[in-house]
Design a protein around this ligand. Structure first.
Ligand SMILES: *Cc1c(COP(=O)(O)O)cnc(C)c1O
Length: 232
């Protein structure tokens, strides 16, 4: 579909879609940050999108991400980790990714806190909420999100910045509007409970970013519409 477009054109299209959704929702386009999801795509493709002006990239697999980040380090890009994080991989990600979107258990949070503290960094994190309660999906159960968020107050190696939502796949971009709205409501309740602002709400992908932005997303994670389809 969009494969024949240049990286610059694809980036422009996605930016325009974000801007149009912001206009419909009465939001400032600067309040939405685009995370270019480069998993499965080679460093060369990331470099091409970086030359078109994109500076923030998201990766899902530790082994794949690290060599890519090393190869591209002269470009000074920012990286987010958005995939499932195993505890035994924490040592590779702490302090290397600006934000980790996928913290979904207290055990994982503790390991990440210990590693970040040892490095002398404060690691930015989001709690991934499994609001649809899908058994096979990672993410914290909705009833556990508040206690997990509160536990972060005792883990100074971590800075909780908000929530991430990965809803069930549905090709209809409207299908998850209700879940997006619930995620926003949950973030508001958490902010009140913690007595401080939680600035980030990570939700929306290639096919439903408009809906997510209309419902309050501050980080949208877009892969396919920037890089083309992934193989396999
Ligand atoms: C792959 C991935 C995306 C990007 O999905 P597209 O449909 O290709 O835009 C977003 N978020 C997460 C967590 C992913 O793993």
């Amino acid at each position: 579909m969009t494969v024949s477009l240049s990286p610059h054109e694809r980036l422009e299209r996605v930016r325009e879609r974000i801007a149009a959704a912001c206009a419909r929702a009465g939001r400032d386009p600067a309040s939405v940050t685009l995370v270019a999801v480069s998993k499965t795509h080679p460093a060369q493709a990331v470099g091409a999108l970086a030359r078109a002006g994109q500076t923030l990239f998201g990766e899902s697999y530790v082994q794949e991400a690290l060599p890519k980040m090393d190869a591209l380090s002269p470009l000074g890009l920012s990286w987010h980790f958005i995939g499932k994080l195993q505890k035994n991989k924490v040592k590779y990600v702490a302090g290397r990714f600006e934000l980790i979107h996928s913290v979904d258990s207290l055990e994982l949070a503790r390991v990440l806190h210990e590693k970040s503290s040892a490095l002398g960094v404060r690691q930015g994190v989001l709690v991934q909420a499994n609001l649809a309660c899908e058994a096979a999906k990672s993410g914290c159960r909705p009833e556990d999100v508040e206690s997990l968020a509160e536990a972060f107050e005792e883990l100074p190696g971590l800075e909780l910045r908000g929530l991430m939502l990965m809803p069930p796949w549905n090709e209809d971009p409207e299908a998850n509007r209700g879940l997006f709205a619930r995620a926003r409501g949950l973030r508001e309740r958490l902010s009140e409970r913690l007595g401080r602002e939680l600035p980030e709400l990570s939700m929306g992908m290639s096919h439903d970013l408009e809906t997510a932005v209309e419902e309050g997303a501050t980080l949208v994670r877009v892969g396919t519409d920037l890089f083309g389809a992934r193989e396999g």
